[in-house]
Design a protein around this ligand. Structure first.
Ligand SMILES: NC(=O)c1ccc[n+]([C@@H]2O[C@H](COP(=O)([O-])OP(=O)(O)OC[C@H]3O[C@@H](n4cnc5c(N)ncnc54)[C@H](OP(=O)(O)O)[C@@H]3O)[C@@H](O)[C@H]2O)c1
Length: 340
């Protein structure tokens, strides 16, 4: 199988390449693509050296699979072109996610949706992804009526330049030198908490990230009736999104039942012994594949409500790992097409 990685030099793309090696992804050939700036660069990929190619009508021919993480504009323009040339696309950007004919898939939650693809499959937003992995067993057992979510999101979710911005601002504060002005974020991120993830658009008082969480969660869980309110906050953590999730179920579910359900759920690890300081932490989730869930407790201010603390690696399960898992499923289920 020939596989294209579009955006291979970025935070998500390089993580996808690493995960493909870790999981021995059955690719005969992998071709990394990035912007013109990076064309010709070599990427060390285990025992192979890969040369970064530019996107042209000639270079995109002959692939069965293309994993995209180069932003919405590139996905909009080049996704259909790869698909026309015979590849199935797994796209990390937000561009295709809410289109009716594009399945939005989390490997542990709705893998059956892959069968309906028309050449493009969308990978959800990182904060949505980790949350729905934890919510799926609850939905199947007790139903979900309402979610109130507050996120505490890491800077690597914005890409490599945001990581650099946090680093240089933090160093300046610690060394008492002049703090470099914010360029990626609207305010200083070092030693701060910012209740704006992405942007406020068209007079909306929810951010685009909050809108994505609400819409994508309903699409993945296949239930438009779930009432959802999200507040997304950026914090000065490099990797690992943390989320406070308040779940109102349809049927009663005790914290003990919830813990039992999640203990056997795929992709989830329960860490819930708070009296002994055991609960999910961003530093423990970073670099791992599991979504960590803890602080499971009743919200006695409402009927049938539980609080959960959900933490995941935004670059791995939140993006790259799920994309590779979807690619594996497309392959084993015979859902890839013969390259043109
Ligand atoms: N970071 C996350 O946690 C996360 C999670 C879910 C989804 N995503 C999505 O994944 C995508 C990539 O995010 P990222 O964090 O990896 O960003 P990033 O670190 O900034 O990397 C962007 C990648 O896209 C390439 N690129 C940029 N413009 C291009 C063009 N015109 N043609 C071809 N390649 C181009 C870059 O190549 P050069 O190196 O040559 O510039 C680089 O490889 C975005 O759509 C983002 O929303 C990110």
């Amino acid at each position: 199988m020939r596989v294209a990685i579009v955006g291979a030099t970025g935070a998500v793309g390089s993580t996808m390449l690493g995960i493909m090696r870790e999981r021995s992804f059955p690719a005969d050939e992998v071709v990394p693509f990035a912007s013109e700036r990076s064309a010709g660069r070599t990427i060390d990929w285990g025992d192979r050296n890969l040369t970064v190619a530019p996107l042209t009508d000639e270079t995109i021919q002959g692939f069965e699979l293309a994993l995209f993480s180069a932003g919405s504009g590139v996905s909009e323009e080049w996704g259909p072109r790869f698909a026309d040339a015979g590849a199935v696309i797994v796209d990390n950007s937000s561009y295709w996610r809410m289109k009716d004919d594009v399945p939005l898939v989390v490997s542990e939650v709705n893998p059956e949706a892959l069968a309906n693809h028309n050449g493009i499959v969308a990978n959800p937003n990182c904060s949505t992804m980790q949350m729905v992995v934890a919510l799926k067993p609850i939905l199947d057992t007790a139903g979900i009526e309402r979610l109130v979510i507050s996120t505490y999101q890491a800077v690597s979710g914005t890409g490599q330049r945001a990581v650099d911005e946090l680093h240089s601002q933090t160093r300046a504060v610690l060394e008492a030198t002049e703090i470099p002005p914010a360029q990626i974020y609207p305010h200083q991120i070092a030693f701060n908490a910012m209740p704006q993830v992405e942007s406020f658009k068209d007079g909306d008082d929810y951010t685009t990230e909050e809108r994505k969480m609400m819409a994508e969660t309903r699409k993945i869980l296949g239930d438009d009736s779930i009432r959802i309110s999200a507040t997304c906050v950026r914090i000065p953590v490099y990797t690992g999104h943390s989320e406070s999730v308040n779940v109102q179920t349809r049927d009663d579910l005790s914290p003990e039942q919830c813990r039992e359900l999640l203990a056997t759920a795929p992709g989830v690890k329960v860490l819930d012994d708070p009296a002994n300081g055991i609960y999910p932490l961003a530093i423990d989730a970073a670099g791992g594949d599991d979504v960590l869930v803890g602080r499971i407790r009743r919200d006695s201010s409402q009927d049938r409500c539980l609080n959960l603390w959900v933490v995941g690696d935004n670059l791995r399960k939140g993006a790259a790992l799920n994309a590779v898992q979807l690619a594996e499923l497309l392959n084993v289920r015979g859902l890839l097409r013969a390259a043109a």
